[in-house]
Design a binder for this molecule. Structure first.
Ligand code: SAH
Length: 221
């Protein structure tokens, strides 16, 4: 048995009781979450906790999100196999691994080089290929590969960074936590005929998005 095969039962229970039971029904999302070995994306010693109903520390003061929140955000992106996806906040690489399972191209931008390196190691260990990790300020998006059919921001900012809205394709979906420092509203933005519609999806608590179009520094704002 490879380390990727471990924790199948824990993963199955996570999907059944934390995710499906709370209303996430997209079969492709559920299948991806059954498949991706979340325990390979958490620090050593946290492997079992990887399947608990909560976020976990991943170093540098950052966290891997609660599985249910990851599922909701992924479902709301409405990914199709050919989609180009931009993630801001690679963190552990877990969300990126799910995205590449569901879409064609995934670019993930991480501000902290150490985390970006570790995410790449995690993805390799999990046998996930096709995620391009870029070190930089994701509040500026990543214009060389724009436009994107879907953009997911996994850190919170006072407003949705303008460059991300610009880099969203026609018909594109963007999901981001928006609001004050501690807890925020999860916002889904859809671009149609050049106009944007915003749909609130509920309350969440994310680590800060730090950069030119987010919070300004470690000490905020
Ligand atoms: N999606 C991740 C969790 C992200 S935690 C996962 O699946 O594990 C939020 C991440 O956003 C942190 O790693 C943090 O360093 C990063 N971050 C914060 N500001 C950023 C910015 N401006 N650009 C890119 N990444 C940023």
């Amino acid at each position: 048995m490879t380390e990727t095969d471990l924790c199948r039962d824990e993963r199955e229970e996570m999907v059944e009781f934390q995710i499906r039971a709370r209303g996430v029904r997209d079969q492709r999302v559920l299948a991806a979450m059954r498949k991706i070995p979340r325990h390979l994306f958490v620090p050593k010693g946290f492997e079992r906790a990887a399947y608990e109903d909560r976020p976990l520390p991943i170093g540098e003061g950052q966290t891997i999100s609660q599985p249910y929140i990851v599922a909701v955000m992924t479902e709301q992106l409405e990914l199709k196999p050919q989609d180009r996806v931009l993630e801001i906040g690679t963190g552990s690489g877990y969300q990126a691994a799910l995205l590449v399972e569901l879409a064609g191209t995934v670019i993930s931008v991480e501000r902290l080089r150490d985390l970006a390196d570790r995410a790449q190691q995690n993805l390799a260990r999990a046998g996930v290929t096709g995620v391009r990790v870029v070190v930089g300020d994701g509040t500026q998006g990543y214009s060389p590969e724009a436009p994107y059919n879907a953009i997911i921001v996994t850190a919170a900012s006072p407003d949705i960074p303008g460059p991300l809205i610009e880099q969203l394709a026609e018909g594109g979906r963007l999901i981001a936590p928006v609001g004050p420092r501690d807890c925020q509203d999860l916002i889904k933005l859809v671009k149609r005929e050049g106009r944007v519609e915003k749909i609130p999806l509920g309350g969440v608590c994310f680590v800060p998005l730090i950069g030119q179009f987010g919070w300004r520094g470690e000490g905020y704002p």
